[in-house]
Ligand binder design. Structure first.
Ligand SMILES: *Cc1c(COP(=O)(O)O)cnc(C)c1O
Length: 354
């Protein structure tokens, strides 16, 4: 490794966040969501760190599930998107992956394969799931083919908004549809684990909170006692003095108001730092905040270190982590922590700390 831009992953933080999910919902078993390469943290390493603790793992696709299975994970693996072909269902069955069925077509595939499934209801998100009125019919056809339904689940659209009426309505629809079923239920994602205790059920499905970012609007991870698991670091590769009135970066969008010290950091949007982060977005050098100045380039950013006179070439800069919240950077860049974490590119080596 000749470029010291990296993402340091604290697996113990992920374990602590998992424990928090358990404490918040003592009656639930947690399915750890590790799709999209563990939200950018390394799917197999995250799963290994939670193996023996998580009731199951969840990924989006059969291919992700196959990779996780190949890495030696023995727990159940849920495929949240299910699959769209007979081949996908055959592969899932061959690798002992549990499909989440959310359409009539998927039900047809499942009836041929006969592996255990989860069944998903659309209670208002209108993305995936069968209509509540079709639930009993679907359960009958699965039962007739001796297919085990391990859980009935749904997904909330507005769990990140405290007190949302839409969430109350989804919860009510789900409760009515599943009344008297005697099957395990699953509703809660991270936001619901943190903010909607009435949604906690046999299985919860924490994702983003495991990585120490906040799923809630107007709140940050620290409020919820979550520990950020990723520290995204860049290295200072140049420091220069510029005079008041001079500009920095593409488009000359930032102009120094005073004589300034500008450090160039080896991390840009090709590494996953958001191109739309505005001037003033915090980075952290030594013990202090240094604001982003100028436009984010593909491989570099520039930061104002005028007030940090000890700054040198070779110093590490935290782009997000324990000192700069990924949620804060995300809000400034007009996005969410999920997008930043999953967007750290393959060019950035992940370094794992137990
Ligand atoms: C991604 C996903 C989750 C996890 O959501 P977070 O907001 O990251 O906790 C849970 N359930 C389903 C169906 C998902 O697709």
């Amino acid at each position: 490794m000749h470029r010291r831009t990296l993402a340091r992953i604290e697996l113990s933080a992920i374990q602590a966040n998992f424990e928090l999910a358990q404490q918040l919902a003592p009656g639930a078993r947690n399915v750890a969501v590790v799709k999209a390469d563990g939200y950018g943290h390394g799917m197999t390493q995250v799963a290994e760190a939670l193996s023996g603790r998580a009731a199951a793992f969840a990924v989006a696709t059969v291919d992700e599930g196959m990779r996780l299975r190949a890495s030696g994970i023995d727990e159940a693996i849920l495929i949240l998107e299910g699959g769209s072909s007979a081949d996908a269902f055959a592969a899932a069955s061959e690798h002992c992956l549990t499909m989440v069925l959310s359409s009539e077509q998927q039900l047809e595939h499942a009836l041929k394969v006969r592996a255990p499934v989860w069944l998903k209801l659309d209670t208002g998100m209108h993305r995936l799931g069968i209509a509540p009125r079709d639930l009993l019919h679907a359960l009958d056809s699965l039962r007739a083919s001796d297919i085990e339904v391990q859980a009935v689940c749904t997904h909330l659209a507005c769990a990140d908004e405290p007190g949302s009426a839409a969430t109350l309505q989804q919860l009510k629809l789900f409760q009515d549809a599943t009344l008297g079923l005697k099957l395990p239920l699953s509703i809660a994602n991270s936001a619901a684990i943190l903010a909607w205790p009435q949604s906690h059920a046999e299985f919860n499905r924490p994702g983003i909170m495991l990585y120490g970012a906040s799923p809630l609007l107007n709140s940050n991870a620290a409020d919820a006692k979550l520990v950020p698991a990723m520290t995204f670091l860049g290295e200072i590769i140049a420091v220069r003095s510029i005079a008041a009135g001079e500009s920095v970066g593409y488009g000359a969008r930032w102009t120094a108001q005073r004589n300034s010290q500008i450090a160039t950091v080896a991390a840009g949007y090709a590494d996953g730092y958001p191109r739309h982060a505005p001037c003033g977005t915090p980075t952290f050098v030594h013990d202090a905040v240094a604001p982003l100045v100028g436009t984010v380039s593909m491989d570099m950013i520039t930061i104002d270190v005028t007030d940090l006179p000890g700054t040198r070439i070779g110093d590490a800069v935290e782009l997000w982590g324990r000192n700069v919240s990924v949620d804060d950077v995300a809000v400034r860049a007009g996005t969410i922590g999920y997008e930043l974490l999953t967007g750290v590119s393959a060019r950035v080596p992940r370094i794992f700390n137990a």
